[in-house]
Design a protein. Structure first.
Length: 274
C-alpha cells in the first residue's frame, strides 16, 4: 500500500502537528487579528465622528468616545488616583474625581494625568473648581477591576477606573475631559487615528497555515511516489556503502597480488626481462 507510511508514528506526529498549527492559524489567530482590526476601525470612526460633532447632553448612557456635556459640581472628597498607568511611554497617575450632575446623578470625571515623584509617589496637583461648572468630555466604559480604593502616600488610589471601586451610588463609566475644560490637569492624549498592523498580521497567520499544509502535502506526495524521499536517501547511503566496500576489497586484492621477495631476494610471481 503506497500510503502505508502515513501510519508510522513519525508521520502521524508530523501530520498532527501540521494540521493543529494550520487550524490555529486559520481559525484562532487570524480571526483574533481581524477582530482587533475591526475594533480599531470602529474606534477610529467613533473618535473622528465625536471630534467633528457638537457635544450631546448627559443622558446616562452614551456610546464610547461620544462627546458629552455634563453640568454640576465636583465631589473632591471622593477623588482617587488610578495607579500603574502609562501615558506617552512614561509612568503616570490618572486623577479620577466624582461629579454630581444638576439632576442629582453621580459620574466619574477623568481630569487627566500627573507624573509620579521619586518614581512611585503621587505629586501635589490642583484641586477641582468649586461651585457649578459645565464640562465636556468623552464617554468611556468602566474598566474591569472593581477592587475598592485604598489609602497610600496620603491619597486614595485605585487599580482600575470603575465606579464601584471609587464609591457607592456612582453611575458606571466615566468621562475623559478634553483640553481646556474646568478642572482638567493634563488632558490625556487621544488614540492615534491609524489602522495599525492587525489586518496584515491576520493575512500572515493565514499564509503560515497554508504554507504548513502545503509543505506537508509536498513531502507526503514525494514519499508516496515509488522509491520515496526516505527510500531514495536510504538507497544512496547503501550504494555508497557498497561502493566503499568494493574499493576496500580492491585495495586488499591489490595488496595480495603484490609480489614479495624470497630469502634469496628474488621476486616471485614477476617476469624478469634480461
Amino acid at each position: 500500500m503506497r500510503f502505508k507510511f502515513l501510519l508510522k508514528p513519525g508521520w502521524l506526529a508530523l501530520t498532527l502537528a501540521v494540521w493543529v498549527f494550520a487550524g490555529a492559524c486559520v481559525y484562532l489567530l487570524s480571526p483574533w487579528q481581524f477582530g482587533r482590526n475591526d475594533e480599531r476601525q470602529a474606534q477610529n470612526s467613533a473618535i473622528t465622528k465625536s471630534l467633528g460633532s457638537d457635544p450631546a447632553p448627559y443622558g446616562g448612557r452614551h456610546d464610547e468616545w461620544q462627546k458629552v456635556e455634563v453640568k454640576g459640581r465636583y465631589l473632591p472628597e471622593l477623588e482617587a488616583l488610578a495607579r500603574l498607568r502609562t501615558v506617552q511611554g512614561e509612568a503616570a497617575f490618572e486623577v479620577i474625581t466624582p461629579f454630581e450632575t444638576t439632576t442629582g446623578r453621580k459620574v466619574l470625571i477623568d481630569r487627566g494625568y500627573v507624573r509620579p515623584v521619586n518614581g512611585i509617589k503621587p505629586p501635589d496637583f490642583a484641586a477641582p473648581p468649586t461651585g457649578e461648572v459645565t464640562l465636556i468630555g468623552l464617554a468611556r466604559p468602566n474598566e474591569s477591576n472593581d477592587q475598592p480604593a485604598f489609602e497610600q502616600d496620603g491619597r486614595r488610589q485605585i487599580y482600575s477606573i470603575n465606579n464601584d471601586a471609587v464609591g457607592q451610588g456612582i453611575e458606571p463609566g466615566y468621562f475623559q475631559l478634553l483640553e481646556g475644560q474646568p478642572g482638567v490637569i493634563a488632558s490625556l492624549p487621544l488614540p492615534r487615528i491609524e489602522s495599525g498592523p492587525f489586518f496584515s498580521y491576520a493575512l500572515q497567520w493565514i499564509a503560515f497555515g497554508v504554507m504548513a499544509v502545503g509543505g506537508w502535502l509536498y513531502f507526503t506526495i514525494r514519499e508516496a511516489k515509488p522509491g520515496g524521499v526516505l527510500h531514495e536517501s536510504g538507497t544512496k547511503k547503501r550504494k555508497k556503502s557498497i561502493a566503499e566496500l568494493l574499493a576496500e576489497e580492491g585495495d586488499e586484492g591489490a595488496d595480495d597480488a603484490r609480489p614479495e621477495p624470497d630469502d634469496a631476494g628474488q621476486l616471485h610471481g614477476t617476469r624478469h626481462v634480461p
